[in-house]
Design a protein around this ligand. Sequence first.
Ligand code: PEP
Ligand code: MN
Length: 475
Amino acid sequence: FNPQSNLRQISTTKLMVASSTASSSATASDEGEWSPTSWQSKVVSQAPNYEDEDELNDAIEKLGKFSPLVFAGEVRILHEQLARACSGQGFVLMGGDCAEAFGEFNVDHVRDSFRVILQMALVLTFGSAMPVIKIGRMAGQFAKPRSDPDEVRDGVALPSYRGDIINSEEFTPEARRHNPFNMVEAYHQSAQTLNILRAFSTGGYADISRLHAWNLDFVEQTDEGSRYRKFATKVDESLRFMKAIGVDTASPSFTKTDFFTAHECLLLPYEQALTRMDSTTGRWYDCSSHMLWVGERTRQMDGGHLEFTRGIGNPLGVKISDKCTPEELIEIIETMNPQNIPGRLSIVVRMGADKLRKNLPGLIRAVQREGKSVLWISDPVHGNTRKTENGYKTRDFEKIRAELRAFFDVHDDMGSHPGGVHLEMTGEDVTECIGGFSDVTEETLGNRYNTFCDPRLNGAQALELAFLIAERMRL
Ligand code: PEP
Ligand code: MN
C-alpha cells in the first residue's frame, strides 16, 4: 500500500454530454489525446439510460470527492507480479461472484470467498511451484452487460436488471429505473469489502500455519476435503522442516498475502469518477480497482470502453469469445497496450472447449508472430452456460474442466504459458453448477440457488478445480 501517492481529484460535471472539448484538459497519457472523459465522444455499448442529468452529475460529483478505493502503489505491485507471470513466472487466480449485490453483502460472504481463493492459491502454489497472484472479482463487480435491454413478463416490458450499481432486481418500474445514486451505494459497499479484505490479508488470517483452522464444512464432508487435509499435512510438515533449519515462519511471507481486486470496466461514469492522477508519476489510475477488464460485449475497436481503458495505468484484461479473429485481437492489443509493456494486458479466453481447441492456436500464433506480450487467462465458465429443463441457468463441472484441459493442451502445443484462471465462484455451499464431487444435480439445483446472475461454482467445486489444475501444472 502506498498512502504517499497523492491522488488528485478530477472534476466531473457535464458527464453524459458528449463534448468535443472533453479531451483537451489531460495530457497524462502518451498514447494520444486521452482524458478520463474522452470516452464520452465514442459510442458506448451497454450504456445505462439515466433520465435526469442533474441527478447523474450530482452522483458523479459525490464520487469524485470520495477517497480512492485502491492506491497507485498497490496497482503497480500487481503490475510487476503480472509482468513476471507474462514471462512464465506466475499464475493468476481470479474469482468471485458473477455480480455483487447490495442485499447479499455481509462480512461472512466476503470472508468465505477470500478463504476459498486462498486455499485454492495454496494448492496451486504447492502444485506449480510458482507464485500465484490472487485477485478477487470483488469490491466493484456490480454492473452486468445484458443481451436484451428489456425484460418482458406477462406482456409487461420493463428495463432489464443490469446489476445493483444501475438498478434493482424487483420487477417494478421504480426498481428498474436506472438510478445514478446506486453508484454511490456501490462505492460504499466496495469500501467495506476492501476494508475486510485488507484486514484479512494482513491481520494474521492468511497465516499459512493456520491452514487447518480454515476448514469449512465442505472440507470435512467431501472427498476433496480429505485430499485437502492430506495436502495441508504436507504443508505443515514442510513448515516444520523450515522452522527446524532456521527459516523464520513468522515472517510476513508466511503470515500475510497480497490480495488484489478486479471487476468488469462496464459502467464508465463510475470508473471516470474514480479515476485520479497519481502525482508521483503523473499517470492516471482508475482507483476503483487494481485491475479492470473489458467484457466480450463492450470491446468494440472504436467504442468508449477501449477508449477509457487505454489511458489508465491499471493492468487490464479483455475477454474474448470465438468471435474474435486474430487480426482483431492484434488491433485490440495495439490499442490497449501500444508500448507492449509486459503485465499490462491479459487476454481472458472464454469460448467452450471445442471452439477453444479450434480458435486459440491461431490467436496465440498471431500474438507470437507480432511479438506481443500478453498474459493468457482461461475463463472456463462463460462459454459453458446453459438452461435446464426446469428453468435454471447452470454450468456443468465437466464442461468447465474440459475447457481448462483444452486451454492447457493448446498452450503446451504452442509453447506458450497458460497464465491463469478466472472463475465465477463463491465460498458458500450453493447449488448452482452441476457435478464435481459435490454431486449437485439438475434435480437439486433448486436447494440453494442463490445467484442473481450467472451460476457460481461452490466452495467444494472451486477447490476441486484447483486440485485438478495443480495436478496438471505439475507435469
Ligand atoms: C462476466 O465476466 O461476468 C461477463 C459478462 O463475461 P463476458 O464478458 O466474458 O461475457
Ligand atoms: Mn457472469
